[in-house]
Design a protein around this ligand. Structure first.
Ligand code: CA
Length: 226
């Protein structure tokens, strides 16, 4: 069995993507920017700034100004919170409990930079994630799809394992988004993709995850078998 598991957050721990995509679509269309729910899922994992900038280039043929980024991202974040909090993904607590009982190292690797994140995590997943086992937007210079977040997770896991033979093949990434899978693959790590959203399996398979599951139940059954 793998010794360390690196969990993505949106779409893996929390069912937060429906609210993220609704907020993005609403606010972008207010600024005459065409950005569909599907676009949101395909871009998942990027920072808000790069999502907005790419959308400006595609729709208006120019970069977004810093003021435009700040305005639109501010409105999107406000709308996201207005829509209400997100529940844990169905079955993910069972996966985490199984791995905890097996003594696996469990990390969270997210591009999110919300300070409130830590409280929400502790409420929903008590005694699972400590700050030293989290890689957030505060810990990296480059977010997904850059491999840096997952490389950082490997370095930390390697240190915490106290195992001189610890290697990348002892680790596994759990991801739901194409760009997250790319980040993990380019970091040289195995990736178990779980397609928890509306994208087609082929959208995720295009980034070559090691395995593809359709829900946490399937993932848990696989983990218990091996
Ligand atoms: Ca995600």
């Amino acid at each position: 069995m793998k010794k360390a598991f690196f969990f993505d957050m949106d779409g893996i721990l929390f069912d937060s993507m429906p609210h993220h995509s609704q907020a993005w679509e609403e606010i972008m269309s207010k600024y005459n920017l065409n950005f569909t729910v599907r676009d949101c899922y395909l871009q998942e994992g990027r920072t808000g700034q790069s999502v907005i900038d790419e959308c400006f280039i595609k729709n208006k043929g120019r970069h977004a100004t810093a003021e435009e980024v700040e305005q639109i991202y501010g409105e999107k974040t406000a709308r996201f919170f207005e829509l209400g909090g997100a529940e844990p993904i169905d079955g993910v607590k069972d996966v985490l409990n199984y791995l905890k009982n097996k003594g696996a190292l469990i990390f969270i690797v997210t591009g999110s930079g919300q300070q409130s994140l830590f409280d929400v995590l502790h409420q929903n997943f008590p005694e699972t994630f400590t700050r030293e086992r989290m890689i957030t937007a505060f810990d990296v210079a480059h977010c997904k799809p850059n491999p840096e977040p997952y490389l950082k997770a490997f370095e930390k896991a390697n240190f915490l394992s106290h195992d001189v033979n610890f290697k990348k093949s002892d680790c596994c990434v759990i991801e739901n988004a194409p760009l997250g899978i790319r980040s993990a693959r380019e970091a040289g790590l195995d990736t178990y993709a779980v397609n928890t959203g509306p994208l087609k399996d082929s959208d995720l398979l295009a980034e070559q995850p090691t395995m593809l599951f359709h829900n946490m139940k399937e993932l848990l059954a696989y983990l218990q078998f091996f």
